[in-house]
Design a protein around this ligand. Structure first.
Ligand code: HEM
Length: 528
């Protein structure tokens, strides 16, 4: 069966050409004047050269040459839609955020889903994690929750992020993706095993964005009206259910349709089949966090649902396709720094790096005034009163004649110190190595493995073996050992799928500092 059929594809052409409406059909140049001739050039005689004074030819060319903006460094290929968030359960005892102030309250939102490694033109149905970015236009400002479809991540130290992306993207010489580079990196970080297990599992290729769950992955904080803080993780559960593609199905889809996720989401919304997700939180008190036997701010770890059950919060549906992809989806800019009163950060080291990275990326990709672009504009705030001035492409009147000096005699530019969060405990400043505190890389991937059915485990072994491709024997051994440490059956299954005798693999537990261990192994001259 062609797996594309289940997505109910229809022609995108149907709605085209119906959108001119009452607008004039006359073409105008940038100055608003009619274009005189969009075909013939101004030339010196019937067979002579084009004259520079054919300014429409110049304008048309010049604009075209500048149409492409930088793509996102990762998560470049994506799909977006507008929607509505509705509160279904009262969580005001945890947060004063206005978006959650009463059951039934609705807030406009925008969502962008993405693959991570592929460039802007990449195929959708690839084995990869999926970005799950939400922007809520609340009355107290935009709240962005840019998460993924998985609850954990490949690493927990932000400095690894740059290397992760180099590892999964293209080789500098061949310009091709390299299984060897990719798996060399993943297997060298034993803490990556949890995320690697998810990506290699049957959930590693969602059939489309509608059929996957989402997660904040990080811990954030919620702060109530009394100023009390709890730590939370957010989960979004697809009401369409989970559907995945096998590697073979994904190959068939990609051969016929590189835009399978985009097509599915777009068509579903056009047909009125609005996809929905229920939002939940897990709540952990500050006291519980202190006494936990794993670091709750370690992004490679999930919080056990048995200990921290899911609490329903609300539901969102996506019900409007953007009229223009570039305007709304390509120009959308999410950042974990877009917080609102009642929702805060956590000590997760990755999250703190992200607080810098996204605004910086948006200023590069879209410009310093990117927040004025309609999809990013805090449209829920009644009297948006920014103190920023000037900058390229300022289009909102720039504050007019208003004095922009924050300390003045006129009571303008007040801040809201009543919203200060209660103090976080500090600590000794210095380089703190996660591995010295926690080198248990394997308990959670082991539990995840044992939760799988025998069939799912088999799929995991085969996906892993296929994906490791032409990685060196050393890297394969390292991965078998990592899997073995999580569960001997996991190690054995992957070894079998790779055609490697597990008895030939060194199965001593990975030392704390795996980089050092690798160097030592390499110095010993491991035979390939
Ligand atoms: C996109 C940095 C970890 C989810 C991006 C972008 C950057 C970035 C620079 C492109 C932004 C743009 O051009 O607008 C980082 C850094 C990380 C990190 C430095 C770790 C230190 C994560 C994690 C998640 C995540 C852990 C999920 C929990 C996303 C999503 C997008 C994205 C969903 C796409 C947003 C969109 O749709 O526009 N990241 N990232 N990232 N990242 Fe991260």
């Amino acid at each position: 069966k062609n797996p594309m059929e289940k997505n109910g594809l229809t022609s995108l052409e149907e709605s085209r050409n119906q959108r001119v409406g009452d607008k004039t059909r006359e073409m105008h140049a940038n100055n608003g004047a009619p274009v005189v001739d969009d075909e013939a050039n101004i030339t010196a005689g019937q067979r002579g050269p084009t004259l520079l004074q054919d300014h429409w030819l110049l304008e048309k060319n010049a604009h075209f040459n500048r149409e492409v903006i930088p793509e996102r460094r990762m998560h470049a290929k994506g799909s977006g839609a507008f929607g509505t968030f509705t509160v279904t359960n009262d969580i005001t005892k945890y947060t004063q955020a206005k978006i959650f102030s009463e059951v039934g309250k609705q807030t406009e939102m925008f969502a962008r889903f993405s693959t991570v490694a592929g460039e802007r033109g990449a195929a959708d149905a690839e084995r990869d994690i999926r970005g799950f970015a939400l922007k809520f236009y609340t009355e107290e400002g935009n709240w962005d929750l840019a998460g993924n479809n998985t609850p954990v991540f490949f690493h927990r130290d932000p400095k690894h992020f740059i290397d992760l992306n180099r590892a999964v993207k293209r080789d500098p010489r061949t310009n091709m993706r390299s299984a060897n580079t990719n798996w060399d990196f993943w297997t060298s970080l034993p803490e990556a095993l949890h995320q690697v297990t998810v990506v290699m599992s049957d959930r590693g290729v969602p059939s489309s964005y509608r059929f996957m769950h989402g997660s904040s992955s990080h811990a954030y904080s919620l702060i109530n009206a009394e100023g009390e803080r709890v730590w939370v993780k957010f989960y979004h559960r697809s009401q369409q259910g989970i559907q995945n593609l096998t590697d073979q199905e994904a190959e068939m889809v990609i051969a016929q349709d590189r835009e399978s996720h985009q097509r599915d989401l777009y068509n579903a919304i056009e047909q009125g089949e609005y996809p929905k997700w229920k939002m939940y939180i897990q709540v952990m008190t500050e006291e519980e966090a202190k006494n936990l036997d794993y670091n709750p701010f370690d992004l490679t770890k999930a919080w056990y649902k048995e200990d921290f059950p899911l609490i329903e919060v609300g539901e969102f549906e996506l019900n409007r396709n953007p009229d223009n992809y570039h305007a709304d989806v390509e120009q959308a800019a999410f950042t974990p720094a877009n917080l609102v009163p009642g929702i805060g950060l956590s000590p997760d080291r990755m999250l703190q790096a992200r607080v810098f990275a996204y605004g910086d990326a948006a200023r590069y990709r879209l410009g310093v005034n990117h927040y004025q672009i309609p999809v990013n504009y805090p449209r829920g705030v009644q009297n948006f009163h920014t103190n920023h001035r000037d900058g390229a492409m300022r289009v909102d009147g720039n504050g007019g004649s208003e004095n922009s000096v924050a300390t003045n005699s006129y009571g303008n530019w007040t801040d809201r110190r009543d919203l200060k969060e209660s103090m976080l405990e500090g600590g000794d400043i210095g380089y703190h190595d996660f591995r010295e505190d926690d080198s248990d890389y394997y308990t959670q991937p082991g539990k995840l493995f044992r939760r799988m059915t025998k069939e799912q485990q088999l799929v995991l072994f085969e996906n892993t073996a296929r994906n490791m491709g032409d990685s060196t024997l050393q890297i394969k051994h390292r991965h078998i050992n990592n899997c073995y440490q999580a569960d001997p059956e996991y190690g054995k299954g992957v070894a079998d799928a790779l055609g490697i005798d597990i008895n030939s693999v060194d199965l001593t537990p990975t030392p704390r500092n795996s980089r050092k261990a690798n160097e030592e192994a390499n110095a010993r001259g491991f035979e390939d």
